[in-house]
Design a protein around this ligand. Structure first.
Ligand code: NAD
Length: 338
């Protein structure tokens, strides 16, 4: 008998580490992780950690020969800034990597006669508003609006959402016997902020970077204009939304792709919140026009009413609680220790 497990790809990253902590606190299913980067040593006792590439077919075959995959959190990806520098590599990891895992989950679903849950984090980058006037007019964007990404990362995410829909609804639709299809569920996240991992490679990272620099008494030059506004959410709420979506009963799920969010801030408002807690912070604005243009194409806020209605989603942390109770105390402690 193969052991039933939860698989987390990209587990060594920002979301992966937070998800492992939460799943091992509440969950009872063993966890296998797969990431090209090592997992921090203090997490190795919680999971079976495989260090490897999601593109490695031999490794994936070994994985399914040993384990029965119940749920897959497919987090491995190249993030937005890196993807712009290496678009073909981004396509390989973000699209071909996802396709390989969807294929593996499809085969496992049919073999088990039970759908594998495939949880996929998409992004605000799947949207693309054409100009600032449109962004000002359409503040709370709904899932089906403005699906015109202007980055490789956004294109990759939007296409993978469509692949997930295909594999969960239409896979082998011309075969004589329809297979048991996988259960694909997807969240479009806003910019995420973690108190524990220093951001790397996201185009929304200017917010968390302001905080981490302020806590270390380092000056920070923000790479977008003061008036730029996008939505944010802190990591505990990101993990909460992933777990809520995973657990939601199938009949509550009315869409495949859901927006989730908490608060929307301009870069200047973000700075003001940082200064409230770190009055000595030196934050200046030196917009990088190319990165700026990408953030300008993202919505000022997301409409997450479908998630709220269908599976009772709501964030625990509004902006005040995010800063006062989660971000500032943990970030302070992290840098005091060093
Ligand atoms: N952090 C955010 O603000 C945010 C927002 C929206 C969506 N997301 C999505 O959530 C997921 C996780 O994001 P994160 O912030 O934890 O990113 P991260 O960069 O911290 O983690 C991604 C992980 O994927 C791993 N990885 C990359 N290529 C791989 C490969 N070929 N094989 C195996 N592992 C590989 C990396 O080593 C890294 O540990 C990503 O899919 C990302 O697109 C993140």
């Amino acid at each position: 008998m193969r052991k039933k497990v939860t698989l987390i790809t990209g587990a060594s990253g920002e979301i992966g580490q937070a998800l492992i902590k939460s799943l091992t606190k509440h969950g009872d299913m063993p966890i296998i992780t797969l990431d090209i980067a090592p997992l921090p040593a203090d997490m190795l006792h919680k999971v079976t950690a495989l260090q490897g590439d999601i593109m490695d077919k031999a490794l994936l075959s070994r994985l399914v020969s040993e384990y029965e995959l119940d749920t897959i959190y497919h987090l491995a990806a190249l993030l937005s800034t890196r993807s712009e520098f290496t678009p073909e590599a981004a396509h390989k990891v973000n699209v071909e990597g996802t396709l390989g895992l969807l294929n593996l989950a499809a085969e496992q679903s049919d073999w088990r006669h039970v759908p594998v849950k495939f949880i996929f984090p998409s992004s605000i980058a799947a949207y693309g508003l054409p100009d600032l006037e449109t962004k000002a007019a359409y503040t709370r964007v709904r899932e089906w609006e403005w699906n015109n990404p202007r980055t490789m990362y956004g294109c990759n995410k939007l296409y993978c959402e469509q692949l997930g829909i295909y594999y969960s609804k239409y896979y082998r639709q011309l075969a004589a016997d329809l297979p048991v299809m996988l259960d694909f569920r997807c969240l479009r996240f806003p910019g995420l902020i973690s108190a524990f991992t220093v951001p790397s490679g996201g185009t929304s990272d200017y917010g968390p970077e302001m905080l981490h620099y302020a806590a270390q008494n380092k000056p920070y030059a923000c790479f977008v204009r003061e008036d730029v506004r996008i939505p944010f959410m802190v990591m505990p709420d990101a993990v909460k939304s992933l777990l809520m979506l995973t657990k939601a009963p199938s009949d509550a799920i009315k869409h495949t792709v859901y927006n989730v969010t908490s608060f929307s801030l301009s870069a200047a408002e973000f700075r003001d919140w940082v200064i409230k807690f770190f009055p000595q912070a030196e934050i200046t604005f030196e917009p990088d026009l190319q990165r700026q243009a990408i953030v300008d194409s993202w919505p000022a806020d997301l409409d997450d009413s479908a998630a709220r209605r269908n599976w009772t989603w709501q964030p625990d942390y509004d902006v005040n609680r995010s800063f006062a109770e989660y971000l500032v105390p943990s970030i302070r402690k992290m840098y005091q220790k060093k």
